[in-house]
Design a protein around this ligand. Structure first.
Ligand code: SF4
Length: 331
């Protein structure tokens, strides 16, 4: 058994200083990923800094129409927040469809942004895995890969990004606020989740000791008409095979605004920019939805086990858009 020491942080700067000073010290928030991986020997810190007493759990409706979510806000509190539900229903829905009720009560929003992949080879602590041990290989490439990614993969890693709510946040151009020992930083969410490339062990641009303090949802009126559609093997407590975060406005039958992101199929939450480009200014018809979905998935690279995913993603994207537009114009 490896001994681990425990500290309770009383202020943000102290917590950041303590973790920054030691590569073997980690933050501990809800613990729903960290504790699992400690038990399995995948993560091996020698010290944990509990940040749960820091004043970072607030959810604030901003005057211009956005929402600021503290990094320690629990998933269930964010899902139920009136401003989130009214202004960004896709965020609330993605949270409700994630994990289990018990996990949603414990897991923090900041931790959700940093959760680790569910690839079994990563989590068993022994298989070849470039993400856990760089240069050791990737057991999933010739192994069980039914749930693995088809977009954003590399020859070094094909693990799917596991978060639901991150998919909604990517569609909304959310911003991640952090604190480092040098001060405040803000990360655009587009650059926050890294594709594996040659360095699958590097998943975020965060420095060691950089603490997420808040997630900001900028104002986006069309997000009031939005949804999160999740397809999975069972109805609860299961990761997405495919998911779609969608927001759309339609005027006189023509798409005047659209945001789309896909989950369950990418090594990062996948902003469907190609589909957005094709749809903006086009009539809101099933044919156009299908064409946009086809184009977005055209770069998919599959294994023998997950070859069903591109078609499932195309159909799910079309269904999400048809459902949002079935009552005609939406502004
Ligand atoms: Fe590791 Fe990625 Fe390969 Fe899974 S897919 S075994 S996480 S390198």
């Amino acid at each position: 058994m490896r001994p681990i020491s425990y500290l309770r942080a009383e202020d943000i700067d102290g917590a950041v200083r303590t973790v920054t000073a030691d590569p073997d010290t980690h933050f501990l928030a809800g613990g729903t990923t960290e504790v699992d991986l400690l038990r399995q020997g995948v993560l091996t810190p020698r010290r944990l800094v509990d940040i749960n007493r820091l004043q970072l759990a607030g959810i604030e409706a901003l005057p211009e129409g956005g929402v600021r979510i503290g990094a320690l806000a629990r998933m269930s509190d964010v899902a139920a927040d009136p401003a989130v539900r009214e202004r960004f229903p896709l965020v609330s829905r993605a949270l409700v469809l994630g994990a289990s009720a018990q996990l949603r009560h414990m897991a923090s929003m900041g931790g959700n942004m940093l959760q680790k992949v569910r690839c079994g080879y990563y989590r068993d602590g022994e298989s070849a895995c470039n993400k856990r041990r760089p240069g050791s290989g990737c057991a999933a490439l010739g192994g069980i890969s039914r749930t693995h990614a088809v977009l954003g993969t590399s020859e070094h890693c094909i693990a799917t990004h596991p978060s639901d709510v991150a998919v909604a946040l990517v569609a909304l151009d959310a911003r991640i606020h952090t604190r480092t020992s040098g001060g405040e930083r803000v990360h655009d969410i587009d650059g926050f989740f890294l594709e594996p490339g040659d360095t699958p062990d590097r998943e975020h641009p965060l420095e060691h000791g950089e603490l997420i303090t808040a997630i900001e949802l900028p104002p986006l009126p069309l997000a009031r008409h939005s949804s999160y559609l999740k397809v999975r093997d069972r109805e609860s407590y299961e990761f997405a095979l495919v998911s779609v975060a969608a927001a759309i406005s339609v005027e006189s039958g023509v798409i005047s605004g659209v945001r789309l992101a896909l989950g369950g199929i990418g090594t990062r939450p996948w902003r469907a920019r190609r589909a957005e480009e094709l749809l903006l200014g086009a009539p809101a018809t099933p044919e156009n939805f299908a064409r946009a979905a086809r184009e977005e998935l055209s770069a998919a690279r599959t294994t023998a086990m997950n070859a069903f995913k591109p078609e499932l993603a195309r159909r799910t994207l079309v269904r999400a858009l048809e459902t949002l537009t079935r009552d005609g114009d939406r502004r």
